[in-house]
Write a protein that binds this ligand. Structure first.
Ligand SMILES: C[S@@+](CC[C@H](N)C(=O)[O-])C[C@H]1O[C@@H](n2cnc3c(N)ncnc32)[C@H](O)[C@@H]1O
Length: 273
């Protein structure tokens, strides 16, 4: 089953981030360390300590004043936070943590909802270090853990450590916001490991900018259609669990720059067979 939520509402352009692109770079040109220094030199640093909302406001102010950051921002972020409040997951897995904006926003939402663990996997060790420092400042160290590695590496590291047992045996939510071609393979890895089941919510960012047809095809397909796709797989890594029944919604919203983007919000509603 697949639904489309067309109306993204309106965007307050006075809150728009600066352009991401600076001299051909979108990230990784020193802006992440500049953000860290900006936060730790903030005149109200003591008010930021233990206060996720104030840290997010300070990150937003940096990105509106100096240079854009590839954060989810408050429009799309608000939709994810509301989904956490509604579904009350125990465990959330994030793929693509960048400087920790989404981990702080959703980690705080998870804490309010009574959740226990937020795992944020980030490939770039420098971004992961910035994220860890800001998560610590936000007072979320006991709930949010940053793992350095690709999505696939991080999931396997957590699985080998025995993380996914007891009330963590199934993930309550997976937030996919990393390497776009890896969304489908990393979701299928989670499916093969048994981490997705009835009640799991998948939220995939950037479904317009730039879009992700293979991922959309998998989460919108029926069990029968997925069985056909799975049987055609050339390698074990291309296989998921086609028996998982998904209901999926394409939800439009805004990038922090004001551009229209969408997330795919998918609920696992059962297992066939
Ligand atoms: C759009 S940013 C994430 C933004 C973050 N979720 C937020 O809203 O604050 C994408 C991040 O994914 C990371 N990344 C890229 N490929 C990855 C991979 N294969 N596995 C994990 N992280 C990856 C990038 O280094 C970058 O920090």
């Amino acid at each position: 089953m697949h639904n489309v939520t067309e109306n993204p509402g309106s965007f307050d352009h006075s809150k728009a981030y600066k352009n991401w692109e600076v001299d051909g770079a979108y990230f990784g040109d020193g802006r992440e360390v500049a953000l860290l220094k900006y936060i730790y030199n903030h005149p109200s640093l003591n008010e930021l300590r233990g206060n996720p909302e104030k840290i997010l406001e300070a990150i937003d102010t940096f990105a509106r004043t100096y240079t854009g950051l590839i954060n989810i921002g408050d429009a799309k972020g608000g939709i994810v936070s509301a989904t956490i409040a509604e579904h009350k997951p125990t465990t959330v897995l994030e793929l693509g943590g960048y400087v920790g904006y989404s981990a702080i926003l959703f980690g705080a939402a998870l804490k309010r909802a009574g959740g226990k663990s937020y795992y944020s996997i980030e490939k770039d060790p420098l971004f992961a270090a910035v994220a860890s420092s800001l998560i610590d400042l936000a007072g979320l160290r006991d709930l949010v853990r940053v793992i350095v590695g690709t999505g696939a590496d991080g999931i396997q590291i957590l699985a080998k450590e025995g993380t996914f047992q007891g009330d963590r045996a199934q993930l309550g939510m997976i937030f996919l916001d990393h390497h776009k071609p890896s969304y489908t393979s990393d979701l299928k890895l989670c499916e093969r490991l048994g981490l997705v089941g009835p009640g799991t919510v998948l939220i995939a960012d950037n479904m317009i900018l730039p879009g992700n047809p293979p991922y959309a095809e998998w989460v919108r397909a029926s069990v029968q259609e997925k069985k056909v796709q799975d049987e055609a797989a050339m390698t074990p890594e291309e296989r998921g669990n086609p028996n998982l029944q998904y209901e999926s919604q394409f939800v439009k919203s805004f990038e922090p720059s004001g551009m229209v983007d969408a997330m795919e919000i998918t609920r696992c509603v059962g297992i066939e067979g």
